[in-house]
Design a protein around this ligand. Structure first.
Ligand SMILES: *Cc1c(COP(=O)(O)O)cnc(C)c1O
Length: 357
């Protein structure tokens, strides 16, 4: 169906909550803007796309999402430049990934053009909520849930897509210590690790809690067969710097194809930073650390952009990362460059910015 077949109805909020929000002290993902987008899948088609005041929704307690976890989501951001223009960062990538996740979870795909139009209309309506300045952003949370009532274990025939907007600031996670997974797995071959399935996160909480009890904030997920190759860090993709080379695992059925990850690879290449996309084993990392060649480890994802790691633990031994001058850290250099693009501070050679107007 083409966009002309859809009209997004808009019902604006009579009052704004914006004055009740302390934009200097935001907790990530805790505040939402005045409006949200919803659209329902009924009788085999997407119907009734609309923007309404943000608020609770009512669904059956027998809705399949509660029983079988048929749910997917996305995470993306919009940024405001110093002139008040708002840009989304590579939204088409998130839209395509949303539909890839939908296919894997036996859910209907959402029309790409309607998705983009919904994002633009919704963000434009709540544009006051996007604050300029490095670190300030609008976190965008599209998701889809199975809404058909009934506990028969089969795919739902009804779904709801919702898009929420949340003003955020960049968060400094501080020193993140990570522990290499030796028992649990986030994803397995043939599983749903490459999809943004809600259940992937639920399955990660328990092993992450166990790591936290031992003093580690995140788990570095390994391949599920041998627990030997390093694949992701918490809910982020992961990069390792050995000497001057940046290494990250190739995407696979177990690894989420992160937009931040692939953007950083491009930026690194442009900055003449040697990048290798290949499998990387824990033995290579511990050996490099012992030789003093392991310089940096960082996670990459939309929420924190880049999250530097201060130590990695494996089989009870902690390998500390060396102190490097701030301006020489790849994590800082790459973060600055990607933010320059996001906030319209430099040329956008790859056409990654999409203006909201
Ligand atoms: C969303 C996600 C990422 C990061 O993807 P971005 O597009 O960079 O935000 C990485 N790993 C997992 C498991 C994720 O769910």
């Amino acid at each position: 169906m083409s966009l002309s077949e859809y009209t997004i109805k808009i019902d604006t909020a009579s009052t704004s909550k914006i004055d009740q929000v302390d934009f200097e002290n935001l907790i990530f993902g805790a505040n939402f803007t005045d409006h949200m987008f919803t659209c329902d899948y009924i009788n085999g088609k997407w119907e009734n796309p609309k923007i309404t005041p943000y608020g609770d929704i009512s669904i059956s307690p027998a809705a399949k999402v509660f029983h079988y976890g048929q749910a997917i989501f996305e995470g993306m951001k919009a940024f405001k430049d110093d002139e008040g223009k708002i840009f989304m960062f590579r939204p088409q990538e998130n839209i395509k990934r949303f539909n890839k996740s939908a296919v894997r979870l036996a859910m209907p795909e959402f029309p790409e053009d309607l998705f983009l139009e919904a994002l633009k209309k919704l963000i434009n309506l709540d544009r006051e909520w996007v604050k300029p300045g490095f670190g300030n952003a609008l976190y965008i949370r599209p998701f889809a849930i199975a809404t058909q009532s009934g506990v028969l274990a089969s795919p739902s025939d009804q779904y709801k897509v919702i898009i929420l907007l949340s003003p955020v600031q960049s968060y400094f996670s501080g020193e993140v210590k990570v522990e290499v997974a030796e028992k649990y797995s986030r994803a397995a071959d043939g599983g749903v690790g490459a999809a943004k399935a809600a259940g992937n996160y639920a399955a990660q909480f328990y092993p992450t809690n166990l790591a936290a009890e031992r003093g580690f904030q995140q788990v570095v997920w390994t391949d599920s067969r041998e627990h030997k190759y390093l694949e992701e860090a918490g809910t982020m993709n992961v990069f390792f710097r050995i000497n001057d080379t940046l290494i990250t695992a190739p995407t696979s059925e177990r690894i989420l194809d992160g937009v931040t990850r692939k953007s950083l690879i491009k930026i690194a290449e442009e900055l003449d930073i040697p990048v290798e996309v290949r499998r990387i084993s824990i033995d290579e990392i511990t050996e490099a650390s012992e030789k003093g060649e392991l310089k940096e480890i960082f996670g990459s994802g939309t929420a924190a952009v880049i999250s530097p790691v201060s130590a990695i633990s494996y089989k009870g031994i902690e390998y500390k990362l060396p102190k490097i001058e701030e301006e020489k850290k790849y994590s800082n250099i790459l973060k600055q460059k990607i933010m320059d693009i996001q906030y319209n501070k430099c040329e956008d050679t790859y056409n990654w910015r999409v203006e909201v107007k």
